[in-house]
Design a protein around this ligand. Structure first.
Ligand code: ZN
Length: 502
């Protein structure tokens, strides 16, 4: 309750926007999973209409007026911590949305669509020159956008903060230096180790029917509530939903069950976050995940820290063999756990293992940082990329399609976004350090197939609190320390040297 009627009104508006977003989410899920082929054009129009409607609501001057009245109200100080946080979060989004002129936002979106078309051609022909001019223009547009958001700020710092609140070059420089110095020698020693994993333990024909049964079984094991969710098939796995209806999708490869199996664990990790935010926060700004990188972290916690953990397989392998029948009958625990944790440098980011993945991200960060500081020109990008790949992962890039052109992000102007992809795993390792202290038997419990205490820990410390705190504050609250990547390095060093018998 509050003595400020404008606060109540503001939260009502926020609830409406949330409902619209949820409706949009179901339309999108249907588009990806259920919709008949012919419906594409019609649905695209519906989705575009909804996006326009939501944007209009987000920048409504009424929100600006209410925010002002609330802050000037004599009872403002009587608002609770949670209520003040709600006001702060709405204000942050409102200011951001209204600082960008509508005409500029349209130009940016239009150029994104055009440059994405050219990027597709450039990638297909492995010819950077086709995309060069679009990219140069996009970089100028993003500098302009940064200036709108914060005219006094460093452009790349502004973009970094835009994707993960509170982050800047200073923080990334520190954590990526920690990661780089630890990971480079580790990757080198794993790649040259004589004891290499045996792929034939994994790459066996496994029918979709069996993989579906596995997906349902492992989802139930980590307590994914199917009365508040669904598992369906889509081209690219994703999760969508809110509190009591959070759905995941996965894709199947008959010759490699790990794709659907770990995608299930990953997406369920996302879903569990949404399903376990404090129910009393529903329809409020605090009733959301801390950040997208924290969301990704929660997904990887289930996928990597649980799913790729040899302790989990000590319990799960027998069950796995029962479900898969004859296919994996001869498989032994140790070589199998090694095989699902194979480290191999690759040209393509999305095919990278959890360890070399960081190097792909660090490369992109260094490139973007130099680019926005005018220390690197657009024409130098392909060779910068190729030299770094050679230096960090010992990989020779033969053409730009497998180099600078591999991701769609830059065509859309997503500079400052890639660095957030590394954060989830670093957050996790720092949290894990505390979880181990609070729950020293966590791996013994996994060995016995018990997961409740681990899930309780995640719920209490991370999922339930929703967006009450910004990511760096949450890390500090839970761990008592500033954010660091040193625990990630420690964790993977420990895990992989054991797996590789070094
Ligand atoms: Zn994810």
């Amino acid at each position: 309750m509050t003595k400020i009627p404008q606060y109540t009104k503001l939260l009502e508006l926020y609830k409406e926007i949330t409902l619209l977003n949820n409706i949009n989410g179901v339309l999108y899920w249907d588009f990806e999973v259920m919709m008949p082929k012919k419906g594409t054009e019609q649905r695209s129009e519906e989705l575009a209409y909804m996006s326009g409607l939501i944007h209009e609501r987000n920048i409504s001057p009424q929100i600006g007026k209410l925010l002002k009245k609330i802050q000037e109200h004599k009872s403002f100080d009587d608002l609770s911590f949670q209520q003040k946080r709600n006001v702060e979060l709405i204000m942050r989004d409102y200011e951001k949305a209204t600082k960008i002129p509508v005409a500029f936002a349209k130009e940016l979106a239009k150029h994104g669509a055009i440059s994405t078309e050219h990027w597709k051609t450039a990638k297909a022909k492995a010819d950077f020159s086709i995309f060069r001019d679009d990219l140069a223009k996009m970089i100028e547009l993003k500098k302009q956008e940064a200036a709108y958001l914060n005219p006094d700020g460093d452009p790349y710092d502004v973009l970094l903060d835009d994707y993960e609140y509170g982050f800047n070059k200073k923080i990334y420089d520190k954590i990526f230096a920690e990661a780089k110095s630890g990971l480079t020698p580790l990757i080198q020693s794993l790649v040259t180790a004589t004891n290499q994993p045996d792929d034939s333990l994994i790459l066996r024909k496994c029918p979709v029917r069996v993989q579906t049964a596995l997906a349902h079984d492992v989802a139930a094991f980590v307590h994914y509530d199917l009365n508040a969710g669904r598992i369906d098939t889509a081209v690219h796995p994703f999760t969508t939903g809110y509190f009591d209806d959070v759905r995941i999708t996965i894709a199947f490869d008959e010759n490699d069950f790990t794709n659907s199996f770990f995608a299930t664990m990953h997406e369920v990790g996302h879903a569990l976050y949404e399903q376990n935010i404090a129910p009393e926060f529903k329809y409020q700004p605090i009733g959301k995940a801390t950040s997208s990188a924290m969301h990704e972290g929660q997904a990887r916690f289930i996928e990597n820290i649980i799913g790729r953990n040899p302790a989990f397989w000590e319990f799960y392998l027998e069950k796995f063999k029962k479900i898969t029948g004859k296919i994996f009958k001869d498989v032994q625990l140790e070589p199998f756990a090694h095989a699902i944790n194979k480290v191999v440098p690759s040209k393509i980011r999305i095919h990278a293992d959890p360890l070399t993945y960081s190097m792909h991200i660090i490369l992109r960060y260094e490139l973007e940082k130099a680019l926005f500081a005018d220390k690197l020109t657009v024409d130098e990008l392909p060779s910068f990329w190729n030299e770094k790949m050679e230096e960090y992962l010992g990989i020779e890039i033969e053409n730009d399609a497998e180099g600078i052109l591999q991701d769609t992000h830059y065509a859309w102007g997503l500079f400052g976004y890639f660095p957030t992809y590394a954060l989830g795993s670093y957050y996790n390792a720092q949290f894990l350090k505390v979880l181990k202290k609070d729950l020293p038997t966590w791996e013994d419990q996994l060995r016995e197939g018990k997961i409740q205490a681990i899930l309780d820990w995640l719920n209490k410390n991370i999922r339930r609190v929703g967006k009450l705190y910004d990511p760096l504050d949450l890390v500090k609250r839970v761990t008592g320390e500033d954010f660091t990547a040193k625990y990630f390095v420690e964790e993977v060093k420990n895990k992989y040297t054991k797996l590789y018998g070094l």
